[in-house]
Design a protein around this ligand. Structure first.
Ligand code: CU
Length: 100
């Protein structure tokens, strides 16, 4: 699983293999969403994530998923599923960080 913190009104670009899961956690005091744009291979929407709330989505289909925040449409990022990225770049976890 790739842990992707939403922090500072920013969504991070992340990469996962096909079948991989991304878990978004909102670390801002403002509410955010992680919402797939209309051209994404599969649509998903976290709904409102308040501070420290999380949403996970498992990507069964390869492709580039453009995502944004419904509250702040300038917050955009891309989830790359099954891309050519080396395995070593598929995690954005912070070692030792307690996400609970
Ligand atoms: Cu937002």
């Amino acid at each position: 699983m790739v842990e992707s913190d939403i922090r500072g009104f920013r969504l991070a670009n992340v990469s996962v293999p096909v079948g991989g899961t991304v878990k978004w956690t909102n670390r801002d005091s403002a509410p955010h969403t992680a919402t797939a744009k209309g051209d994404a291979p599969v649509r998903f929407n976290s709904g409102t994530l308040n501070q420290n709330q999380s949403f996970s989505f498992t990507f069964a289909r390869a492709g580039a998923y453009d995502i944004f925040c419904e509250f702040h449409p300038n917050m955009e990022a891309t989830v790359t599923v099954g891309g050519a990225s080396p395995a070593s770049s598929t995690s954005t976890s912070v070692p030792g960080y307690d996400y609970n």
